[in-house]
Design a protein around this ligand. Structure first.
Ligand code: SAH
Length: 406
């Protein structure tokens, strides 16, 4: 952590610019791709009114909290205590951190905060295999996270952005447009909330997939900071081997992730086998076509030693032909990867909207089986089919949000 003060706003007089800097990472390369109009309203992470929030300690690593304690004239172990309160005990009020000296607590209260997402709704699927959490960022919008149970596995599916700039035609989040990058603290906080729910049931979150709302690689700095926190196997956290980042195919982000030392898993939402169709369904393909995407994925495996997963959403009459199945197997033949087929989760269309999502349908079970069979016979790789979990609670990208909006 760098120790120079950052002379912006009121941070300079607190003399803890480094913590502020770490805690306030925000606008990312979405700007570079989509221009300033495609991005957030330019305010700091938490306020809709343009005010600047104090640095958020929930977005700092244990090491950074120790450095902060030293900067504030305390011994390093005060930082460890802070870490334990925030991440292990889930306490967000400095006043409740009773083993910290009063002077330190008041320093923290006047210069810092520990943010907490406001949970506005929680829905459990009828079969009990998925629980969906909806969080509100006042004045900005909602994000959701889903806890999925599968045998001993408890997978937290987390969001990285409020909305998304990528405009994939079949995706509910895409329909919202882009509102805001989540801060590292807000990504971590989704994990903590799901973890709390699990621990009330004597369970733990065992895996993380960044497959909720948003394109994680377009919020790179905040994503990576959140991953650095969650990949330390400590307290509620789970280690990098059980974390997967899913991308629609932002190639510069994949390259950057390969340069970083995080060693998290990578999933690529391929979803089509020709550039023509993929560019229609996922406009990002116009900038980073399939060949470039596959090359970046192969490079990720070479550099990080983690097998890439190709996600392929099956949409009736659009991506589910025999020919698609053969092309999918052929495209992904080289290299070391897995293929995960996802039957489309139909969106509840806004009544009378005539909007394109009404046209996307889930194929029949027979078609899904046939597709899987063709790919599995032709491909040297493992082919899995994502079982539908929480279909009744709309546990896919942005769907609960849509439902509430109507
Ligand atoms: N932007 C990232 C992560 C969010 S989307 C990405 O594109 O990977 C997570 C996954 O859900 C992607 O594979 C996407 O193709 C898929 N998806 C989106 N809407 C869906 C729907 N209605 N039914 C099934 N899968 C969907």
């Amino acid at each position: 952590m760098r120790l120079e003060a950052v002379a912006t706003g009121d941070s300079a007089d607190r003399g803890v610019g480094s913590a502020r800097e770490s805690a306030d990472r925000k606008a990312g390369p979405a700007e570079e791709l989509y221009g300033p109009d495609g991005t957030a309203d330019g305010t700091a992470d938490g306020t809709a009114d343009g005010g600047v929030d104090p640095p958020d300690l929930k977005g700092l690593l244990e090491q950074e909290l120790q450095e902060l304690a030293i900067e504030l004239g305390e011994p390093a172990y005060r930082g460890r205590q802070l870490y334990s309160w925030i991440h292990e005990r889930g306490v967000d009020e400095f006043s409740a951190m009773t083993d910290l000296p009063a002077r330190f607590r008041s320093q923290l209260t006047s210069g810092f905060r520990v943010s907490k997402l406001r949970q506005t709704e929680r829905r459990e699927s009828a079969e009990g295999t998925a629980v969906k959490f909806l969080f509100e960022l006042p004045g900005i919008g909602h994000v959701e996270a889903v806890l999925i149970s599968d045998g001993d596995r408890r997978t937290a599916c987390l969001s990285s952005q409020v909305g998304c700039p990528l405009d994939c035609q079949f995706c509910a989040t895409g329909k919202m447009g882009f509102r805001r990058n989540l801060t590292a603290a807000q990504i971590v906080d989704q994990f903590l909330e799901l973890g709390r729910y699990a621990s009330e049931r004597q369970e733990r979150v065992t895996n993380v997939v960044m497959m909720g709302m948003g394109e994680p690689l377009l919020n790179y700095d905040n994503l990576v900071q959140a991953l650095r926190i969650m990949r330390v196997e400590k307290g509620p956290y789970i280690g990098g081997r059980r974390i997967t980042v899913s991308t629609a195919g932002y190639v510069p982000g994949i390259r950057r992730l390969a340069d970083d030392d995080l060693n998290v898993g990578l999933a690529i939402s391929l979803n089509a086998t020709t550039d023509e169709l993929r560019s229609q369904l996922m406009p990002i393909n116009r900038k980073y076509p399939i060949a470039e995407l596959l090359a970046a994925a192969a490079d990720y495996f070479r550099r990080r030693g983690r097998r890439v997963t190709y996600e392929y959403v099956l949409m009736a009459g659009v991506t589910d032909s025999d020919e698609d199945a053969r092309r999918l197997a052929d495209l992904t033949r080289d290299g070391v990867c897995k293929i995960n087929l996802i039957p489309y989760n139909e969106l509840t269309p806004a009544p009378g909207s005539g909007s394109p999502e009404e046209y996307f349908r889930r194929p029949s079970d027979e078609r899904v089986d046939k597709f899987r069979e063709i790919v599995a016979l032709r491909s040297p790789h493992t082919v899995t089919l994502r079982l539908s979990r929480g279909r009744d609670i709309d546990a896919a990208c942005g769907q609960l949000y849509r439902e509430l909006r109507r």
